[in-house]
Design a protein around this ligand. Structure first.
Ligand code: ADP
Ligand code: MG
Length: 329
């Protein structure tokens, strides 16, 4: 009898402790401007204070990657590579090596639509100031855009650019990669419900405690309207659009997604949204499909089993991949 009583007492204490702990469990969030965009983190943590520290750790990871990958920071590894890699093979960090290697894999997968050497001409655009390269400069420097100008040596961990003037920029994949790094950090901390987004690139861990997360696809020509809301669990989603960074001159929209074939802004679509298993993949593929256009882009999405997509074409019409067939997004 006494044992039973003790057992009940012990159980009551345990239940109360669990209740107390859950009282402190909460959604914790943070927002900061890093990598030229708005980084936002939301997570569910058993202890609010510790949750807040985790949000800060994610922000610090974004700052670390910005210092390493930014083309606007002279001391970044990317800037060093752009200054030195056409002189001789240059030793680079393992992380930077892997990012170039992954970028080259996407170049192969997309038939050259994704190409980090777009920057050989891309760096001459300044969208804020409305500056663009002249047609003759584009024509003369176009051969510099070709991912096959990049040579990696795995054993020595070096990169070499075959031609002088070749430059790279990881802007089409870096934010997705940073989101994935942030999610990894959360997983290491045992977090199971979270959202990290970096501008147009987001990844979700688990659900929103009992219901899916809802991510909006912005209407490209109306900042206040969503073209679609997608219920998502445990996945990544990226949108590339011609409305993020652009200027117009003589009726032409000059924006930040460059077709490697022409050295000019890819001009057939308004936006591409890709849903997939991780944000590195969805980021690289949203930029790629934007370059490829409706037909080749949708064919690629439908060929890849782990991704789905929504394209908004030049007329504002929405086209969805086979994964959405039936009920639409
Ligand atoms: P955002 O930076 O708005 O998230 P995207 O994911 O669509 O946009 O990527 C656009 C960025 O990708 C550009 O700002 C540029 O840094 C880079 N980029 C542009 N064209 C290409 C290309 N053809 N291949 C790879 N990266 C590109
Ligand atoms: Mg992208």
């Amino acid at each position: 009898m006494r044992t039973a009583f003790r057992l009940i007492l012990l159980l009551t204490v345990l239940v109360c402790l669990a209740c107390l702990q859950s009282l402190h469990a909460a959604w914790v969030s943070g927002e900061e401007a890093i990598m030229g965009t708005r980084i936002s983190v939301q997570l569910w943590h058993q202890e609010k204070d510790r949750g807040e520290a985790v949000v800060q750790a994610v922000m610090e990871e974004f700052r670390r990657l910005d210092r390493k990958l930014s083309p606007y920071i002279d001391s970044s590894e990317l800037s060093q590579v752009n200054r030195l890699a056409s002189l001789e093979p240059l030793g680079i960090s393992e992380e930077f090596y892997r990012l170039i290697e992954t970028s080259l894999e996407y170049s192969e997968l997309t038939d050259g639509a994704f190409d980090i050497t777009f920057a050989s001409i891309g760096h001459r655009y300044d969208y804020r100031k409305g500056i663009r390269p002249t047609d003759s400069l584009i024509d003369r420097t176009l051969p510099l855009i070709d991912y096959r100008n990049i040579h990696l040596d795995k054993d020595k961990s070096t990169v070499f650019f075959e031609k002088k003037g070749v430059r790279i920029d990881l802007g089409g994949i870096a934010k997705g990669y940073a989101v994935d790094r942030g999610i990894e950090l959360l997983q290491q901390q045992g977090i199971v419900h979270a959202l990290i987004s970096a501008g147009g690139d987001s990844r979700l861990l688990g659900d929103h405690r009992g219901r899916p997360w809802h991510i909006g696809v912005q209407a490209p020509r109306d900042k206040d309207r969503m073209a679609a809301m997608l219920p998502l669990v445990d996945s990544a989603i990226s949108t590339s659009g011609d409305y993020e960074r652009f200027f117009e001159r003589d009726g032409v929209r000059y924006h930040h997604i460059i077709s490697p074939k022409t050295g000019r802004s890819a001009d057939t679509l308004q936006s591409v949204t890709i849903i997939g298993p991780n944000a590195t993949r969805t980021d690289a593929l949203s930029t790629s499909v934007f370059v490829l256009g409706v037909e080749k882009g949708m064919a690629l999405i439908n060929r890849l089993e782990d991704v789905d997509g929504v394209i908004i074409d030049g007329d504002g019409e929405m086209i969805t991949s086979q994964g959405f067939a039936g009920d639409g997004p």
